[in-house]
Design a protein around this ligand. Structure first.
Ligand SMILES: NC(=O)c1ccc[n+]([C@@H]2O[C@H](COP(=O)([O-])OP(=O)(O)OC[C@H]3O[C@@H](n4cnc5c(N)ncnc54)[C@H](OP(=O)(O)O)[C@@H]3O)[C@@H](O)[C@H]2O)c1
Length: 280
């Protein structure tokens, strides 16, 4: 019987998850499907009422449902509990589990693209306090980094510092330039620099020479922030690998094989992004 999984969101047309799960299904010869479901918020309850009968093995959850699905699951995994958001659903026996693999994706990407990044511990300056920032904080704290959260809306940064506790501090965005000299890892987890959004004009001159600059934005692949970091000779990490690595655990739960993040898969997604991004 065909195993069925999905990505649900609203809108969801832009999602590249069907492309990457479709690649793995083919590569591993699995009788499975991965479908794109546009579920408006008003239809969320109904979607979960019909979930079992529809035969879903599980799926991915994206904006705007990452928090709204929580009352519909039987239990949360520890990462979803810590982040207060769900991005992956799967069954364990009869229990629908809400998990979050975004932190695994965030860290897996760093491990792949900047090996040794956490060898001596360190401090991260994180720009943003939304969903991607939560994943970054959870992952970085697990690897022993302290995190300063800098956000346009200070109250959202403060809410994250309260949620995650010691080791996480909240700051206004205006405090970031002065903090760069003591930063080992700079992360952009805002939509700044994304195609169609304002540019990220942070001056990187004060970052130490060993600092790594990580942008979770992957459209375009090379954001202005990463270009500026590369021009300074700093190590850079783009956001595409986060998308690839967060998908591994979901695929494993639904389809029963541990998929590999290969250079070929990355190249397929890179080509798609470049084809659809002006100047990408
Ligand atoms: N690579 C991946 O796998 C991956 C995964 C998730 C997300 N992302 C990317 O990460 C980015 C953020 O996504 P998200 O889900 O975290 O979004 P979100 O929850 O809506 O948070 C957006 C963040 O961006 C900030 N922001 C937006 N416009 C800004 C501006 N003009 N100036 C300063 N700050 C601004 C917001 O600040 P305020 O709080 O002040 O509004 C907030 O901190 C998106 O580009 C998304 O595509 C990538």
């Amino acid at each position: 019987m065909t195993i069925r999984a999905f990505v649900m969101g609203h809108p969801v047309a832009h999602s590249r998850s069907p492309m990457l799960h479709g690649y793995w299904l083919k590569r591993y010869g699995i009788d499975g499907s991965y479908e794109r479901l546009d579920i408006p918020p008003a239809e969320l309850d109904r979607f979960f009422q019909d979930f079992r009968a529809a035969g879903w093995a599980g799926g991915n959850v994206t904006v705007p449902h990452k928090t709204a699905v929580i009352p519909h699951v039987g239990r949360l995994d520890p990462a979803a509990e810590a982040m207060g958001a769900v991005n992956t659903l799967w069954y364990e026996g009869e229990t629908l589990v809400g998990g979050n693999t975004d932190a695994i994706g965030f860290i897996g990407n760093l491990d792949e693209r900047a090996p040794g990044w956490d060898a001596r511990g360190g401090h991260a300056a994180l720009l943003g306090a939304g969903g991607a920032a939560r994943a970054a904080i959870h992952g970085l704290r697990q690897r022993g980094f302290t995190v300063g959260v800098f956000n346009r809306t200070l109250a959202r940064a403060e809410a994250l510092a309260t949620r995650f506790g010691p080791g996480v501090s909240a700051h206004s965005i205006g405090e970031l330039p002065a903090a760069l000299a003591a930063t080992d890892l700079l992360v952009n987890a805002t939509s700044l620099g994304m195609t169609g959004q304002p540019a990220n004009e942070l001056d990187l001159a004060a970052l130490p020479a060993h600092a790594i600059v990580y942008d979770v934005v992957y459209v375009p692949l090379e954001t202005g922030l990463l270009r500026a970091a590369a021009a300074r000779g700093l190590r850079t990490v783009d956001g595409l690998g986060m998308l690839l690595h967060q998908a591994v655990a979901g695929f494993t739960h639904w389809f029963g094989a541990v998929p590999e993040v290969t250079a070929e898969l990355r190249a397929i997604l890179e080509a798609d992004i470049r084809a659809k991004t002006p100047g990408g």
